[in-house]
Design a protein around this ligand. Sequence first.
Ligand code: GLU
Length: 502
Amino acid sequence: MSSSDQTNRPVRVRFAPSPTGKLHVGGARTAIYNWAFARANHGTFILRIDDTDPTRSTDENTQIILRAMRWLGLDWDEGPEVGGDFGPYKQTDRMDLYKAAAQKLWDEGKAYPCFCTPEKLAADKKAAEERHDPFQGYQRTCRDLDPEEAKARIAAGEPYTLRIKVPLDRGDVVVPDAVHGNVTFNARELDDFIIFRSDGTPTYNFATVVDDAMMGITHVIRGDDHLSNTPRQIMVYEALGAPVPTFAHISMILGPDGKKLSKRHGATSVEEYRDQGYLSDAFVNYLALLGWALDGDTTIIPRDVLSREFSLDHVSKNPATFDFKKLDWIQAEYLKAMDDATFSQQFLVPALITAGLESGEAAGVYAARPAWYDLLSSILKPRVTLPADVVEKARFLYQGDDVEFDEKSVKKNLAKEGTRAYLEAAQTALAALPADGWTAAAIDGALEPLPDQLGTNKRKFFGAVRVAECGNQVSPPLGESLELLGQVTTLTRLQKALPLAQ
Ligand code: GLU
């Protein structure tokens, strides 16, 4: 994998979100690719806040994005809160730099003021359409204005924009793209676009290039919705006399119906996934695979492998489809790979606290009875994806003497001829266990011979006992469940279920 751009500079990449909303999964994937590319190439990962759209950018969104980046574990080497030699890292704090860069281009005759009103521009466009002119862009009206005249009009207070002078003999503009290969654009279609608006703010295509050039960015990895901007940006690099980076335009993320991923399909912001209880590691693993592959079939790619092995030549140019089931599968794999104590502390106990089943702070709650939580973890871990599943499956343990019965389960397993005898037999066998020998193995051992002795089958017997104890027929393994309930509660629940049995 090439670890440098065409000019052999050390790798420097940036993720440049606009704080106009929360961090979207598409943005998160772009961030992950930039981060992983920097790490894999021993380069520098920069976070820059592109907040030049004052009407839609907010500090609150910036904070949300920084929090999401931290949750994703995408540590940046330069940027907000971290600093660096190429700051500031927020575009609104860089206005003087854009002004100076624009002034320089103007002084060098590579940019010029344009006084055309919006009405004039619209009329020119309409006329170009009507005469079927292949060139429908800005008609270069002010390109050759006498500089003295321009100066006088500015002095008189006439509003103007600043446009870049695209060389007329520029020929085709080739975008060097690590994902798409060389993409050629016809320079004749590039008009002299605006680099500074009449309100004194720089345009995206200008500010971004000034920043990328000044920050020494070697690879621009971003969504392919920006591919069409790139030939214009190359014009700015050339005017500034800065090396053109390598680009990597990554595909859109689509929903299962083939349309751009949106709210209609499910959660789209990183924090929604965090709040649902996805693990950061699993989420990053999943997003990394949306358009990139290590090889044909490896699905579990821990962060350290990603940050070693990521390469742009394994990025697909085809749109990626967000697969909620695959995300859940990866999440479940990460959970299964945790040891019981880790699962307890990082997943189980926080979930129980959030649901109000436990109260206090996680470390303290766990420390009060670690073995109990670890046993619960051992039976839940293979059966859950999200904290909500943990809560649903553990709830019966928190209902004291009066477990909540699921009516259907009762009907199917408890309210049946002969079940009273099952519960009574279980009561006798379990009451006989010594209090200090109340373990899943002992419980299983005590119950195991009963169906035969009662002349019934295992399914009927255990179905009845399970519903009596857990309230439903889909609870985790019985022996462990009863160990967790404790002997006293177990016996009380059997007693209380007798009236439901026949
Ligand atoms: N702020 C731009 C965006 O969020 C960045 C585009 C770029 O990476 O150049 O789309």
